[in-house]
Design a protein around this ligand. Structure first.
Ligand code: ASP
Length: 325
């Protein structure tokens, strides 16, 4: 089996911004999540099991913007979004604005497998977690000192996200004092039987308005999987990723254009999204297990375990073998 993961892309992910300690935390977090997912594949479990395990691991790791350590909404709450899709059956599950379930990705999977729906939102989704006996926590569980400080910084600069959801827009329009608000986690896998699956989980944009939903829980925008083409999980400026239907567009370009995964994914991220100033990236696997991990920001936390079991991780342009960590 093959698995790839991301821990978010952002314009703030630069060598200067990343202290040696934080860099080590991210790399370690990626390796631990990759191992968790890959162990499932080795065990003969499904691609779905593998991506759920990897994403749960990153949700539990406070360094990533998902689960514990998620970015906070302007009102100070963690409001979490997650989605998952099975490429074999094209079934999918998603939750938005949940505040009490420890692992939103597991709730999204429960929506897929144990409800007749694809998407549940807010209090209804949190209540479904009770019905399903999923582990619940107080919202304060998700809060970390770093995210509270980030929110204070955003509030001090005068409120929530600037409105960049209009075109024309270019990154240089960002006020220079703008603080980074992005991050997300995701995983894609191909199991022994050749099935693909994708999952994405996030706290969303830091300082977001209460109720704002990004691309991460939206099937076709943040997450997509179908065995015939590819599995995709995205990260970046969600408003653009929704309007460009990024995740399903990778599959559509492969299907209708008969082009490779690498070509489809990099054309979207490096040409189309780049051209409108939409920052971000994605991870994807095709039906043969080839990986593509394009991003148009200075960095994207990412990693892959190859068929031969080698673990590669990276933040900036190059990836390295985890053996050399
Ligand atoms: N895509 C996420 C959102 O818009 C954030 C991110 O990936 O940086 O909620």
């Amino acid at each position: 089996g093959v698995i790839a993961i991301h821990g978010g892309a952002g314009s703030d992910i630069t060598p200067e911004n990343l202290s040696p300690q934080r860099k080590a935390d991210y790399l370690q977090g990626l390796v631990t999540a990759l191992r968790a997912g890959h162990a499932r594949l080795q065990n003969g479990d499904s691609a779905l099991d593998a991506i759920e395990s990897a994403v749960r691991q990153m949700e539990n790791d406070p360094v990533f913007n998902a689960g514990r350590g998620a970015s906070l909404a302007l009102n100070g709450n963690a409001e979490l979004d997650a989605s998952i899709m099975d490429g074999a059956t094209r079934t999918a599950g998603a939750v938005t604005g949940v505040t009490r379930v420890k692992n939103p990705i597991t709730l999204a999977r429960a929506v897929m497998e144990r409800s007749p729906y694809v998407m549940l939102t807010g209090p209804g989704a949190d209540e479904f977690a009770i019905d399903q006996n999923l582990e619940r926590v107080d919202n304060s569980y998700f809060l970390t000192p770093g995210r509270l400080a980030q929110l204070e910084q955003i509030r001090a600069l005068g409120g929530g996200p600037i409105n960049t959801a209009t075109i024309p827009y270019h990154p240089s329009d960002h006020p220079t004092k703008d603080v980074e608000k992005h991050g997300t986690v995701g995983a894609v896998a191909r199991d022994r039987s050749g099935s693909l699956a994708a999952a994405t989980s996030t706290g969303g944009m830091a300082g977001k308005r209460y109720g704002r939903v990004g691309d991460s829980p939206i099937i076709g925008a943040g997450t997509f999987a179908e065995n015939a083409t590819c599995a995709v999980s995205t990260t970046g400026h969600g408003e653009f990723f929704i309007r460009w239907a990024v995740a399903s567009d990778v599959a559509a370009r492969m299907r209708y254009g008969a082009i490779s995964l690498d070509r489809a994914a990099s054309d979207i991220v490096l040409k189309d999204l780049q051209a409108v100033g939409a920052e971000g990236g994605l991870i994807a696997l095709d039906s043969k297990g080839n990986a593509a991990l394009p991003f148009n920001t200075p960095g994207m936390y990412r990693g892959v375990v190859t068929e031969s079991g080698d673990i590669y991780i990276g933040i900036f342009d190059t990836m390295m073998n985890a053996k050399d960590l």
